[in-house]
Ligand binder design. Structure first.
Ligand code: ZN
Length: 687
């Protein structure tokens, strides 16, 4: 979203404009906007009236600095005005009926063809009018915006035949003829600036109750429209149950000619290439629909931190997984923790109050990831009912207002009857994450069973936490939640059966700093390697040729290749390695974490032995040096190697893969067995 631009815009207004005394005026604006794509031009006419004639006319309007003003009239009579630096100053006498501003603006921000490596989600485009399409952001000043007053808009966009414009509001007119096309929108809710998109679209419509569901897609993507509308219907139904009534007259999915993913009041603008991706309907779309409540209807007070991305991520990207595939939800929480551990160094973390918008993966790990986990912890703390009830009141009372984290706190406190001061202080205003330790773990036989005890510690600065501990036996799991407000606390389980393991926070419900051992190396780490080295194990020389598709898939086909003996002589440690075949030397030995058994060319994973000619194993493990990884490609035969090689790079998020006859049997990433917050109790280790 164009949050940063909006922020700059609001700040600008606050600095420049004197605060108007008395009640804020509400303006009725009728906008006529002709798009001339070939000339990158917008020809505009704005007709303004006061909703309540007793309120005062604003004397200042912002408009794109490059605009040419053709006429300013009050009740059809020209009036003097000045226009400089994007400020239009008009002195209007009280009692004036209608103010009309006629203007022209050229918008031609260049749109880069190659977007690889650009982190800025706006791609640097604020406003552009082109034959391929038009996008005018709310911050671009494409229509006069009264300073310190909100408006209701009726917007008519005209252009060449087949060109339709989309902005906020209900679609009240859509006409086309040989001489041109015209689209008209009417907003109800008072708004500040509008964004606008226009292009040669096919329009598909549906309704959900009173709400218009619309798709504006290019002819090329028009067949996707009905699927998108079906998804809009489903998500709007779900979110109305969770948040209350949908705040706008329509929801439109609109195609953009360059790859954006914006959410505006009542519509989303997705790039052509984005729309075609099969997962967008279930990921970006619900995220943007969630933003119509969180960020659009309830606006964000950026000065105290952007909570909208964390909430949209939690209720869409995360919560939909929880509804449909709980295992994926668990994996999503772990991914948030892993991203944070990988991207944020200790002492290098901004508090959520400092997050404004995503400009890098690091910002994303905090403003989206950590914030989503904060909502998750809040939901666990105050319980489901109070959480959703709290969100409903935020949506109901916050509509049209600019809300800070503290406003959310107020609503969740009211819904839960709990004092959430400590919670919000430690998670929102403080940067960083708790670091937990597990010590003094002991297992003792007692009269009618076993006792498992130990101590949980945390580093300073201290958090007030509820930590879930789990003891697993052969038959069941015992959970216990212990408070950890000081630097340490003890715990004790008394159970009837032999304990098998003890885990801290087994479901990753807590936002915490992971240990390096908890951040597994994955196939993606190999793919991202800048210093790859292929090592061919002694006796596996024929495997190099059979691994060709694997190297291609990992983009390692240009990588240097060494045999095991040369590797042992040179010992280059600053490389990511891919070992082909079972190595003979101690240095390259496959060293798997607990839970795997490695015998002579055989590995047991989850009780299943992989040793056959049709089996292929692939592991990615931490390398010799920090930030380096080592991959092992271990096929049971050359034929199995050839058959499986091309498949492996498709399993980027995983660190352990097992295939049988070319079909994937095991794909795992997370290995809590290797976590310092987990203990395994073997029977012989027990008293
Ligand atoms: Zn978002």
């Amino acid at each position: 979203m164009l949050r940063i631009l909006l922020l700059v815009f609001f700040v600008f207004i606050l600095i420049v404009a004197p605060v108007a005394a008395g009640a804020e005026s509400l303006i009725n604006q009728v906008l006529f906007s002709r798009i001339v794509p070939e000339e990158h031009r917008l020809e505009g006419k704005a007709v303004l009236t006061l909703v309540d004639p007793r309120t005062a006319w604003p004397s200042e309007f912002s408009l794109a600095a490059q605009a040419a003003i053709d006429a300013v009239t009050v009740d059809d009579k020209p009036v003097p005005f000045t226009f400089a630096n994007g400020r239009l100053r008009i002195s209007i006498q009280s009692g004036a009926g209608t103010l009309t501003i006629v203007y022209r603006i050229r918008f031609d921000d260049p749109v880069a063809q190659d977007h690889v490596g650009i982190e800025d989600p706006s791609l640097g485009v604020t406003a552009t009018i082109m034959p391929q399409g038009t996008f005018l952001s709310a911050a671009s000043g494409w229509h006069p915006l009264p300073v310190n007053a909100k408006s209701r808009f009726r917007v008519t966009i005209t252009g060449p035949t087949g060109l339709y414009g989309v902005t906020s509001g209900r679609l009240v007119g859509l006409e086309t003829s040989e001489t041109g096309s015209e689209t008209t929108w009417q907003t109800q809710r008072p708004q500040s600036a509008l964004a606008l998109a226009a292009g040669y679209y096919q329009v598909e419509r549906d309704t959900l109750g009173e709400t218009q569901l619309l798709a504006f897609f290019s002819a090329e993507n028009a067949t996707l429209a009905s699927g998108y509308l079906q998804s809009c219907r489903e998500y709007l139904q779900l979110y109305q149950e969770l948040f209350g009534p949908y705040p706008y007259a329509k929801f439109a999915v609109v195609e953009n000619f360059y790859p954006t993913g914006y959410g505006f009041p009542g519509w989303t603008l997705l790039g052509s290439s984005v729309i075609r991706l099969p997962f967008i309907r279930t990921t970006s779309l619900p995220h943007e629909i969630a933003h119509t409540w969180w960020g659009n209807a309830v606006e964000i007070d950026y000065s105290s931190g952007n909570w909208g991305e964390g909430l949209a991520t939690y209720v869409a990207d995360y919560y939909l997984k929880e509804l449909h595939a709980p295992a994926e939800a668990l994996e999503y929480r772990r991914k948030i923790l892993r991203d944070y551990a990988a991207l944020i160094d200790v002492g290098d973390d901004l508090p959520l109050t400092a997050f404004r918008s995503r400009t890098s993966k690091r910002d994303q790990a905090v403003g989206y990831g950590k914030a989503a986990m904060v909502f998750h912890m809040l939901r666990n703390l105050i319980d489901d009912e109070a959480f959703w009830a709290g969100l409903k009141t935020v949506a109901r009372d916050g509509i049209g207002k600019r809300y800070a984290w503290s406003d959310l706190q107020r609503h969740f406190e009211a819904a839960s009857g709990m004092d959430l001061g400590t919670f919000f202080r430690q998670w929102i205003r403080r940067g960083g994450a708790p670091q937990l330790h597990l010590t003094d773990v002991s297992v003792m036989p007692v009269e009618d069973g076993w006792q498992v005890s130990g101590t949980i510690l945390q580093d300073a600065p201290l958090y007030d936490l509820a930590v879930t501990l789990q003891v697993e036996t052969a038959n069941r799991k015992y959970n216990q939640s212990i408070g950890l407000a000081e630097s340490q606390n003890c715990f004790l389980f008394t159970i009837a059966e032999h304990p098998v393991s003890l885990s801290v926070d087994p479901k990753s419900d807590l936002f915490r700093k992971l240990y390096p051992e908890e951040v597994p190396a994955t196939v993606n780490d190999l793919r991202a390697s800048r210093l790859p080295l292929v090592v061919v194990a002694r006796g596996s020389e024929a495997l190099l040729d059979a691994s060709r598709d694997l190297l291609l898939g990992l983009q390692w086909h240009q990588s240097p290749v060494m045999n095991e003996d040369d590797y042992l002589v040179q010992r280059p440690t600053d490389r990511d390695l891919l070992v082909l075949g079972w190595p003979k030397s101690q240095e390259l030995l496959l060293n798997l974490p607990d839970g795997f058994t490695v015998a002579e060319r055989q590995v047991t994973i989850g009780g299943k032995l992989y040793s056959e000619a049709d089996d292929v194993l692939f592991f990615v493990l931490p390398g010799h040096e920090a930030n380096r990884v080592t991959g092992y490609f271990l096929p049971g035969s050359l034929a199995a190697a050839r058959d499986t090689a091309r498949r492996i790079s498709h399993y980027g998020r995983y660190s352990t893969l097992a295939f049988h006859k070319g079909r994937n049997q095991i794909k795992t990433t997370w290995d809590p067995v290797g976590s310092p917050l987990k203990r395994l109790f073997t029977k012989d280790a027990m008293p």
